[in-house]
Design a binder for this molecule. Structure first.
Ligand SMILES: [Zn+2]
Length: 339
């Protein structure tokens, strides 16, 4: 990406091992993320551009001398952040706060919308899979690198559990995966807030019980009505702009919790007073998806959840620029890339 709206496919030098804990991964599947749309809308022109993409499944091609758990030919999920797997935060399951964290496709780090990329701390970062590289479950497995783990994180932070009422703000891939996560964790009622018919249909398939397509004060009233007048126990904020967070706080029941996973586009958090007077917990951040793979993987392998249904378009590398456009125009929910 060279500037807002300017995505190009370019030949760059092959990645190579820099540190002995690195691996080079040949990407077999990647995708375009809703969070890639923020720079797509606003990036300042940059001379060298930023290599994009932070979600991938691939095959290990080369490993550095200190890589112990992986070898050439292993099929792996690449979480959107690299982590060493050994520091205090990795042991606590908060891999996105790792002392050596790096975010693929950001701040000069190489991205996964590519044929191959360098992965730091390969043993800590990559999660090996025991399926073939063309397995039919590939779309769902690919969501473990970000959107499914991120939707799950929103649900965990929002304290979703059996019998709870849940509202999901945002009908993008993360919001839709948030519906799956809420259903999976036993929520009794799941309200999806969105306005695109294709996304709402998918949300219902994933377990949403109610739909609110209105915005602002009207949306707040409708959610309260649907939840016995009080608001939802758990609110998943899967958008990232101030209005979405304000809505999320506004529809939380007193004592409830908001799990934010949308990348915030504002420096301040709105809704301070309603959150305070309602004793509403507001938490969240970059999901430690590496920590969640182990928990979510069996449900995918055994067919209990199918988050891969969020992909509604497949492209080769040449189709990536148009894939960005299609997602920005809300023509596509999520684009899968086959390098
Ligand atoms: Zn760590």
């Amino acid at each position: 990406m060279h500037a807002a709206g300017d995505v190009r496919i370019e030949d760059v030098p092959d990645p190579s091992i820099v540190d002995p804990t690195d691996a080079i991964v040949r990407v077999t599947r990647a995708c375009i993320c809703g969070s890639d749309l923020w720079p797509y809308a606003s990036m300042e022109p940059s001379e060298n551009g930023q290599s994009m993409g932070h979600e991938a499944i691939g095959v290990v091609d080369t490993v550095g001398a200190d890589v112990r758990d992986l070898k050439r030919g292993d099929l792996v999920v690449m979480p959107f952040a690299s982590s060493d797997g050994t520091c205090a935060f990795c042991h606590e399951g908060l891999h996105t706060a790792c002392e050596h964290v790096g975010f693929f496709g950001n701040n000069g780090m190489n991205g996964a919308q590519a044929e191959a990329l360098r992965v730091p701390y390969a043993d800590g970062t990559l999660f090996p899979l025991s399926v073939g590289e063309d397995d039919a479950l590939m779309p769902s497995l690919l969501t473990l690198s970000d959107v499914m783990g991120t939707g799950h994180h929103a649900a965990v932070v929002a304290k979703v559990g059996p019998g709870k009422s849940v509202a999901v703000v945002g009908d993008g891939a993360v919001g839709l995966c948030g519906v799956i996560a809420a259903e999976r964790l036993g929520a009794e009622q799941i309200i999806i807030m969105g306005r695109h018919p294709d996304r709402i249909a998918l949300a219902k398939e994933f377990g949403a019980t109610d739909v609110v397509s209105e915005r602002g004060e009207e949306a707040l009233e409708l959610v309260r009505e649907l939840t016995g007048g009080f608001g939802a126990h758990s609110v998943l904020e899967c958008v990232g702009h101030g209005q979405a967070l304000e809505t999320a706080i506004g529809i939380a029941r007193p004592g409830g919790a908001v799990g934010r996973v949308g990348v915030p586009q504002d420096e301040v958090i709105p809704g301070s007073q309603p959150a305070f007077f309602g004793n509403v917990t507001v938490g969240g951040g970059p999901a430690p998806v590496r920590a969640y793979i182990e928990e979510l993987l069996p449900d995918i392998l055994e067919g209990r959840i199918e988050p891969g249904k969020v992909f509604d378009r497949n492209v080769g590398l040449d189709g990536v620029p148009d894939g960005y456009r299609a997602m920005a125009d809300r023509e596509s929910i999520k684009v899968m890339v086959h390098p």
